[in-house]
Write a protein that binds this ligand. Structure first.
Ligand SMILES: Cc1cc2nc3c(=O)[nH]c(=O)nc-3n(C[C@H](O)[C@H](O)[C@H](O)COP(=O)(O)OP(=O)(O)OC[C@H]3O[C@@H](n4cnc5c(N)ncnc54)[C@H](O)[C@@H]3O)c2cc1C
Length: 497
């Protein structure tokens, strides 16, 4: 359903009675819910544990100048089909700041590092094949099959966590090369056979995905989105969406209010939070919890049913780590790189170059490393200084310029896996335990299921985990539930009338 249809439904079903809703968490889900509930005539209050709003949308600016270079430590791209996100960008008057996001594998001058062999994306398939051993040397397979298999391995190596990389290796060796040999790969090679339209191939061959392990099959959905040529970004930073929403929400957003306990009762929810060292407890009629389950499961939870607790405890989160450098010069431009990403290898995976304009006299921001899964954990366990030194060393294999004294003038990084307010990058439907897409469907419905008047939203409660789109969709669904809900007291009064 599109955003306007859901909002119209909310408007039509909105009960006359104004409700008061306590919203836990000032990420995008909490803010969208607050904005819409207020517009429907309800009152809200927002309790946010950290000292900042935005949650996993976090733009780091290298300086205070409005045109200062910046890096996105959280969400950075918006797929054009994510209509809820685009709706709020338009609603906040930010659509004029939408720009193309040049993504991984799009910039042909970007680089690939396979065991310290550096080559450009445009030579990717052929040179990948030269550097891989084993089944890729098996001449019983046609050259096209081997080129395709090698490129598939490079794509998955660039984007996926370790367990999925291993799973692809197993699948290639046991049956996927045979499957590729059987398929007509010709239409997905460029005329000179130098590049492969992997996106087109996956779209045209859903049966191929079904032959991969279930977890990898589900991860292909993310790969398809991340490598789509139709991604957008907000010039000036994604946090503009957060701050624009916060500016039009009437209720105060109370930062440094750390929720520590929830007690579901028949007529509402008792919420406990710490402000400084002081513990506060209050009874609330309606509570919307957007706090990630990775945090919620550490709290004192009472009055929850067994299945709900199981969902809170068992939802899997994948770590993610980002490291950004403020560089004196955009040295990559000399190599014709104008955006997109290199595959930097050696545990730092993807290096993204900026593709929007900032003031060149203020330097340039390089997202030197974006990792998920085991690589993110590896980087996350280092001290910040060790992490910076390691990432700089690996990037210097691609770009020796980065090692020059005074090239890197500042740094910023976050290991979401150990971040106090999320204990994880995002919830995932492609963990080791995943058995099917319908399994994920059951997981998110359970995650979103309310406990009396305690309701849940956030990326983990949605069909689109790990995307802003999912957070917003789940928030809109909860707004509908709240406006259509009849309070127990009203129900009782009607029963005895
Ligand atoms: C590295 C990374 C890259 C991403 N890239 C993209 C992308 O390119 N495009 C995209 O669409 N999505 C992306 N995402 C996903 C997107 O950022 C999230 O889906 C979305 O921002 C989550 O919003 P939310 O409101 O559901 O949760 P959050 O943003 O996590 O909001 C929850 C809020 O609850 C607060 N909180 C936590 N504990 C407590 C407590 N005890 N008491 C009170 N408050 C508390 C938190 O501080 C936070 O503000 C990315 C995420 C990460 C981590």
């Amino acid at each position: 359903m599109d955003t306007k249809t859901i909002l119209n439904l909310c408007k039509l079903s909105n009960s006359q009675q104004s409700k008061h809703i306590t919203i836990l968490g000032a990420g995008i889900a909490g803010l969208v819910a607050a904005y819409e509930l207020e517009r429907l005539g309800h009152t809200v209050e927002i309790l946010e544990g950290s000292s900042r709003i935005g949650g996993r949308i976090w733009t780091h600016r290298f300086g205070n100048d409005p045109k200062a270079p910046y890096a996105e430590l959280g969400a950075m791209r918006i797929p054009r089909e994510h209509k809820h996100v685009l709706h709020y960008i338009q609603e906040m008057g930010l659509e004029k700041k939408l720009r193309k996001f040049v993504t991984v594998f799009e910039e042909q001058n970007a680089l690939i590092n396979i065991q310290r062999n550096i080559f450009s994306m445009k030579d990717g398939p052929r040179i990948s094949l030269e550097h891989y051993q084993g089944i890729f040397l098996d001449t019983r397979y046609s050259e096209k099959t081997r080129l395709f298999g090698a490129w598939l391995k490079t794509v998955v190596n660039t984007i996926s966590p370790g367990n999925l990389r291993e799973s692809l290796d197993r699948d290639l060796n046991s049956h996927l090369m045979d499957e590729l040999e059987r398929l007509d790969l010709e239409p997905f090679f460029s005329k000179d056979d130098e590049s492969i339209d992997f996106h087109g191939f996956i779209k045209a061959n859903p049966g191929f995905r079904a032959k991969c392990s279930k977890a990898l099959d589900m991860f292909f959905s993310d790969i398809l989105v991340e490598t789509s040529h139709d991604l957008l970004q907000l010039e000036g930073g994604m946090d503009q969406l957060i701050h624009s929403l916060a500016a039009v929400i009437k209720a105060p957003i109370k930062c440094n209010h750390k929720v520590v306990g929830l007690h579901v009762q028949e007529d509402g929810v008792e919420v406990s939070w710490l402000k400084g060292q002081q513990l506060h407890t209050r009874h609330c009629d309606y509570v919307l919890c957007t706090i990630p389950f990775s945090i919620l499961r550490k709290m004192d939870l009472r009055g929850f049913d067994k299945n709900k607790l199981a969902s809170i405890h068992n939802t899997t989160y994948c770590p993610a780590t980002k490291v950004a450098f403020h560089c004196a010069q955009p040295f990559w431009e000399k190599h014709g790189i104008k955006g997109g990403a290199s595959f930097s290898g050696e545990g730092i995976r993807q290096t993204y170059y900026p593709s929007v304009n900032t003031n060149p006299s203020l330097g340039s921001a390089l997202l030197a490393s974006y990792t998920i899964g085991d690589d993110a954990d590896y980087l996350g366990k280092m001290s910040e200084q060790e992490r910076y030194a390691y990432v700089k060393k690996v990037v210097s294999q691609l770009h020796p310029e980065i090692a020059a004294p005074e090239m890197v003038t500042d740094m910023a990084s976050i290991a979401w896996g150990s971040y106090e307010w999320s204990s994880g990058g995002c919830s995932i439907p492609w963990g080791d335990d995943v058995s099917s897409e319908s399994n994920h469907h059951i997981h998110y419905l359970e995650a979103a299921r309310p406990q009396n008047t305690l309701l849940f939203a956030g990326e983990h409660c949605s069909r689109f985990p790990a995307w802003i789109q999912g957070s917003i969709e789940s928030a809109l669904e909860v707004v509908y539930e709240i406006v259509t809900h009849k309070q127990t007291a009203v129900k009782k009064a009607l029963m005895y009338a």
